[in-house]
Write a protein that binds this ligand. Structure first.
Ligand SMILES: *Cc1c(COP(=O)(O)O)cnc(C)c1O
Length: 359
């Protein structure tokens, strides 16, 4: 038996230690996980009500055409239903796009420090990777544009970028799009779209009228708090969507996920509360970081990327882990999901101790 050679260079996704493992290992009573950018406030309470009253027959396949949710999302965004493709989370849409568009004779351009699934699936398809290092923590769009050639099929812009939380603004994005040849698909991963509150964060839906080679990705996993259901979607030109539909599994989103998403989309108040609380907590973190000489990037997401001078990201990660706090370490920094007020306050105290010990 032989899997594709390139699979041997990859690792399966490891979700990190479980809460129970950390509890046992360090003999702790309480563990707080701020590692996966989940919504600390859960999801709209209407979701529980909807999935327990509108119970579908479990013996029947879900609606493969996602009819009702498609209508709701189309109205919500002001687009047509045929501009949408639904997936089992954006992870699946990324896989679908790559399966449909990348092969060994093509290349794909992305930031070096960005969402790892673009890279992972491109390697499985044996496409050439062109990874462009971030510049001051931000996408280096000039260099990314330079990397594009006639073999480039997809360019990825994660906006705001995971893990740094930095963003590409409206004019930067438009200038970039004007330079990209029309045979290249530009994927805008807007997983944290709802959280981005800054004024010049791009309004991308109107750009679809001008650029047929644009695909916007949004998800119910983050601000809507439905990560456990696995549902997200892409927005693009009808011709592109029709072609991608061929690569979509017939029943890729479950009946319960569709019901949950429809309900969550209607509860605007829940999302607004989530966004406001996140923005307020982020401000508190910034003030704290400034006071304690912790470096960070201002974030448009529900997470913040930090560094403590004199400590490696693994050392920061380890110091927090021993006290029961699970965050995410990257080679050049640590990503912390913004939690609830009490969690953030407690974490700040621990970070202050770590900084003091170091000084
Ligand atoms: C979380 C995340 C996704 C994937 O989300 P799904 O749960 O699969 O919808 C995609 N892109 C980015 C940047 C993310 O942070």
């Amino acid at each position: 038996m032989q899997v594709k050679q390139q699979l041997l260079s990859l690792k399966p996704y490891i979700p990190g230690k479980t809460t129970e493992e950390v509890k046992r290992e360090y003999q702790l009573d309480k563990i707080v996980k701020l590692a996966s950018n989940e919504n600390p406030y859960g999801c709209s309470p209407n979701v529980l009500e909807a999935i327990s009253t509108k119970i579908p027959s479990f013996a029947i396949y879900p609606d493969g055409g996602t009819t009702e949710l498609r209508e709701k999302v189309a109205t919500h965004l002001g687009v047509n239903g045929d501009q949408l493709i639904f997936s089992s989370g954006l992870d699946e849409l990324i896989q679908m796009l790559i399966r449909a568009m990348l092969s060994p004779d093509t290349n794909t351009v992305m930031a070096k420090e960005t969402f790892p699934q673009y890279r992972h699936h491109a390697i499985i398809e044996n496409a050439e990777l062109r990874e462009v290092p971030l510049k001051d923590g931000r996408h280096d769009l000039e260099e990314m544009a330079r990397q594009i050639d006639d073999k480039t099929n997809i360019v990825w812009i994660c906006n705001p970028n995971n893990p740094t939380g930095t963003y590409v603004n409206q004019s930067e994005l438009e200038e970039f799009l004007s330079k990209v040849p029309s045979h290249v698909l530009v994927v805008l991963d807007e997983a944290y779209f709802e959280y981005a509150t800054i004024e010049d964060y791009p309004k991308t839906i109107p750009l679809l009228n001008k650029y047929e080679n644009l695909l916007i990705m949004r998800t119910f996993s983050k601000a809507f708090g439905l990560a456990g259901f696995r549902i997200g979607y892409g927005i693009g030109a009808p011709t592109l969507i029709k072609q991608l539909e061929v690569a979509r599994l017939p029943f890729n989103t479950s009946a319960l996920a569709q019901t949950a998403a429809i309900t969550a989309l209607e509860d605007i108040e829940f999302v607004e509360k989530t966004i406001a609380a996140n923005a307020k907590e982020l401000e508190k973190y910034y003030q704290f970081f400034d006071k304690h000489q912790i470096s960070y990037y201002p974030s448009q997401g529900n997470f913040v990327f930090i560094n403590i001078p004199g400590l490696s990201s693994d050392e920061i990660f380890q110091s927090l882990l021993e006290k029961g706090w699970i965050v995410r370490a990257f080679p050049n920094g640590v990503r912390i999901t913004v939690g609830k007020e009490d969690e953030n306050e407690e974490l700040m105290k621990i970070l202050a101790e770590i900084v003091t010990v170091k000084l």
